[in-house]
Design a protein around this ligand. Structure first.
Ligand SMILES: CC(C)=CCC/C(C)=C/CC/C(C)=C/COP(=O)(O)OP(=O)(O)O
Ligand SMILES: [Zn+2]
Length: 444
């Protein structure tokens, strides 16, 4: 960078990424229409080849992921499910057997057979088994373990004596919710802990005092939604932070002044769509068209006048009336989650969805199959999983309800690029989630 001596390292890195990205965009714009149509195709066959090969055989370079083997299962099998495909019986049985060998005698899954049970690999294993679906996969899960990871301070530790952070809270609550074992003991003090991690920027950091980051923001918001305390967060500043993380490349960065990365397509777009739907639910509450459960006792006392007439506007200033709306919103947000996710779909995404899809497809997708962080980086299964998950979220961000598939105009490229819809709080394909919930409600 001799020409630009006054640049900092971060500015230089950003400059180089912009150069790469805008060169790709201008080459694309300059190409003929047939080339453009081909370039934006997801190339399902290539994706499936890459994923299926990874499930059957991994080379020696994967030894560094030896403590993450359930994650590799999840990244690959979830990607295959997003593409609307399944694996054959042999691969399915092998996966169930392998994860069974990762499961400890007291429940919880380690990174491989005989390894210490860890919340992250437990989440990956549970989501894998939910994705495979069926009685054999789902009944192989021992539902103990989580209670041991609960810390008296309210949060969760990732393993016995391990670290406590927002990610650990999400992992535990996501598992507990899917397995239908979420109770007051697990949620006690948790909302306070997550709240203490929301930063002055509006996003959520990994621990109190840490910088806001996309991954932790997803984990914090999803946890608060699952324990129905989402209204305690400052949702306006959270939304404001997220929408400002979509950079000039139109991909998302994970934190302020850092580089764009394809995986943040999921970590940022999913909380964005969650927030859209919360605001949408809020609008419907005000219109009186959404059934909600009864307010909590303390909310009755605190916001008694709002309950009398949620639509009343007895305050003159805009600020106060907004406050009134939020208070109404607040007690109604012991949301009936079913109503939230099935009935309340806002039509216009609050992020630039089509150009986000353009970043992922033109800059993160690798022509031979698989996805990467950004141009110049190698593909990997983690980025393949979260780029595809993020693309799905971006495609479905417009849908009005769960049964309405995205329109042609919501999807960059042809309709062959359409991906299955994910459950935003768990990142498993929606119909696999529904089947698992049915199973674990029967299994009580
Ligand atoms: C469910 C689950 C496992 C959640 C994990 C969420 C997640 C992706 C957390 C990332 C945490 C973090 C601070 C990364 C910084 O990486 P970096 O400094 O390399 O990247 P950056 O420069 O883009 O911030
Ligand atoms: Zn990444």
């Amino acid at each position: 960078m001799e020409d630009l001596p006054s640049m900092t390292v971060s500015q230089r890195d950003q400059f180089l990424v912009l150069n790469d990205v805008f060169r790709i965009y201008s080459d694309f714009d300059a190409s003929d229409i047939a080339t453009q149509i081909f370039t934006v195709e997801i190339q399902r066959d290539k994706q499936l080849d890459y994923l299926m090969n990874g499930l059957r055989h991994l080379g020696p370079s994967f030894s560094s992921l030896d403590a993450n083997r359930p994650w590799i299962c999840y990244w690959i099998l979830h990607s295959i499910a997003l593409l609307g495909e399944s694996v054959d019986d042999e691969l399915e049985n092998n996966t169930i057997d392998f994860l069974g060998r990762c499961q400890g005698s007291d429940g919880g899954y380690g990174g491989g057979p005989g390894q210490l049970a860890h919340l992250a690999t437990s989440y990956a294993a549970v989501n894998t088994l939910v994705t495979l679906g069926g009685d054999k996969a789902l009944s192989s899960i021992n539902r103990c373990f989580l209670r041991r990871m609960k810390d008296p301070d309210g949060g969760f530790r990732v393993h016995d004596m391990g670290e406590m952070d927002v990610r650990a809270c999400y992992l535990a609550i996501s598992i507990a919710s899917i397995l239908n074992i979420l109770d007051d003991e697990l949620t006690q003090g948790l909302g306070d802990y997550i709240l203490s991690c929301q930063t002055y920027e509006g996003g959520i950091g990994g621990e109190p005092g840490s910088e806001a980051h996309a991954g932790n923001t997803y984990c914090g918001l999803a946890t608060m939604a699952l324990i129905t305390e989402v209204d305690r967060l400052n949702l306006d500043s959270l939304m404001n932070w997220i929408v400002h993380q979509q950079g000039v490349e139109r991909g998302f960065q994970g934190r302020t002044n850092k580089l764009v990365d394809g995986c943040y397509t999921f970590w940022q777009a999913a909380p964005c769509v969650l927030l859209q739907r919360l605001y949408s639910a809020h609008d419907l509450v005000l219109q009186g068209s959404l059934h909600m459960s009864q307010p909590r006792d303390e909310d009755h006392e605190e916001h008694a006048h709002d309950e009398d007439d949620p639509e009343s506007d007895d305050d003159d200033s805009d600020e106060d009336s907004n406050e009134g709306l939020l208070l109404t919103f607040s007690y109604h947000l012991q949301l009936n989650l079913v109503a939230l996710f099935e009935d309340c779909r806002r039509v216009q995404p609050v992020f630039d969805s089509l150009n986000l899809q353009r970043y992922v497809i033109l800059c993160s997708m690798v022509p031979e199959g698989g996805f990467r962080d950004k141009p110049g980086r190698p593909r990997d299964f983690y980025h393949t999983c979260y780029c595809l998950s993020g693309l799905s979220v971006a495609q479905h961000a417009w849908s009005k309800d769960k049964d309405t598939p995205p329109l042609n105009s919501d999807i960059l490229g042809s309709y062959a690029n359409h991906l299955e819809q994910v459950h935003l709080l768990h990142n498993v394909v929606m119909d696999r989630y529904n089947k698992a919930i049915e199973f674990f409600h029967r299994a009580v």
